[in-house]
Write a protein that binds this ligand. Structure first.
Ligand SMILES: Cc1cc2nc3c(=O)[nH]c(=O)nc-3n(C[C@H](O)[C@H](O)[C@H](O)COP(=O)(O)OP(=O)(O)OC[C@H]3O[C@@H](n4cnc5c(N)ncnc54)[C@H](O)[C@@H]3O)c2cc1C
Length: 367
């Protein structure tokens, strides 16, 4: 029997950030991760953006979480000896006069000041459609998901902390003294399965609203500024002649299959970035499902019937921006009894959505 402090189910960005911070504390853990359909982290863009949405709202907890993400990823780059975190400004191309006015009003708001940079007159950027002007957003970054996720995998595999196996939740055995799974005996289990939480018998009662997103990688020989360019969608240079653009939203078809309709929509929006016709070819087209929630806040904390069974999930469209900070808060919560951010604490949903009678577990039986 292998004795563990933690079993972690799911090795996307959420599970990896959490496992890494627990490993730093010397905890004995084993993470289960296989690629399941439509997992999000492997296809994500990895943009950290402090101002989001049509209302140009400050991204939730960006003040603390983005600063922490920067420090965490930079330290991780040194530890893993890879480069994946790139501070990159966003160049916002105005789509309409109303949008420009909204940006101007935000620039007069002192709470937005650190994030709002220089504004530019129309037609400043050669080749781009900036006919209505543009503006820089500061404090943004690009995390390269494939590089980071592959470095995380090597780190955990090399330390015997990761198995490439599907975790079959129906085989989890719960007794008063332990959580057993095959030859493993663990003090706690944390579920970080991304959108597949909707199938998890312990946490599917939480209000998830997963959303599929699709992204294109294109190849073309045109030049673009080094910024992440935003105009409804975003367009970003990844390497010489390679660019990514995205992304779509679909709450109906939750699968990992790229669709023709999303491809057409992305190609149509791509032409809006440029002031003339550009030649490019589509190199790849990917889809994933974001673990979005009804409240747009993560679902963190313990199961109402058993504090050893936990959820660290629900990062929606911001997993790369928020997971490092909330992984630290989560570790402080379970290991040092510090309170969770009340908006992210899954307890807030228990009264309304949790229907099991307590206690929910019988000795040795899963729910
Ligand atoms: C098109 C698109 C663009 C995005 N762009 C951005 C962006 O620019 N910035 C940003 O911050 N976020 C972005 N996101 C969101 C981001 O990808 C997610 O918030 C994040 O990846 C969620 O991470 P996760 O670890 O919770 O879930 P996932 O990445 O889905 O990881 C869950 C992992 O658990 C595995 N798993 C599940 N069940 C089991 C099981 N039973 N046994 C073993 N393994 C299991 C899955 O296969 C997967 O590997 C984007 C998402 C999409 C789809």
């Amino acid at each position: 029997m292998r004795e563990l402090d933690y079993i972690i189910v799911g090795g996307g960005i959420a599970g990896c950030c959490l496992a890494f911070q627990l490993a730093m504390r010397g905890r004995k853990l084993l993470m289960f991760d296989v690629h399941t359909e439509a997992a999000a982290s492997s296809v994500a863009a990895g943009v950290v953006n402090p101002i989001t949405g049509k209302r140009l709202a400050k991204s939730w907890r960006s003040d603390v979480a983005h600063e922490f993400a920067k420090r965490f990823y930079s330290a991780l780059e040194a530890e893993l000896r890879v480069s994946f975190y790139h501070p990159r400004k966003i160049l916002q191309l105005y789509k309409s006069g109303e949008e420009r006015e909204l940006w101007e009003s935000r620039s007069r708001d002192s709470s937005y000041a650190p994030m709002i940079g220089e504004s530019f007159e129309p037609n400043t950027f050669c080749g781009l459609n900036d006919a209505l002007g543009s503006r820089i957003i500061e404090r943004s970054a690009w995390v390269e998901p494939p590089v980071l996720m592959s470095a995380f995998s090597s780190y955990f595999l090399g330390r015997g902390m990761l198995v490439r196996e599907f975790f079959d939740v129906s085989k989890l055995r719960i007794t008063e003294s332990s959580l057993r799974y095959g030859e493993l005996n663990s003090k706690r289990i944390v579920f970080c399965e991304g959108w597949r939480a909707v199938y998890n018998p312990y946490f599917s009662w939480l209000p998830y609203r997963p959303a599929k997103g699709e992204i294109l990688t294109i190849e073309g020989s045109f030049e673009l500024p080094e910024h992440i360019i935003h105009r409804g969608n975003w367009l970003m240079k990844c390497s010489k002649n390679l660019f990514r653009t995205g992304s779509t939203w679909d709450r109906e078809r939750l699968d990992g299959s790229p669709t023709e309709s999303a491809r057409e929509a992305l190609l149509a929006s791509l032409s809006n970035f440029f002031d003339c016709r550009r030649e490019f070819s589509v190199r790849s087209h990917e889809a994933g499902v974001r673990p979005c929630t009804a409240t747009t806040r993560p679902h963190l904390g313990a199961h109402p019937a058993d504090a050893r069974i936990l959820s660290f999930n629900g990062f929606g469209s911001k997993g790369f921006a928020l997971s490092p900070y909330f992984a630290r808060a989560f570790v402080w919560h379970i290991e040092d009894s510090k309170a969770l951010d009340a908006e992210a604490d899954l307890n807030r949903h228990t009264k309304k959505f949790y229907r099991q009678k307590l206690p929910a577990f019988k000795d040795g039986m899963a729910l």
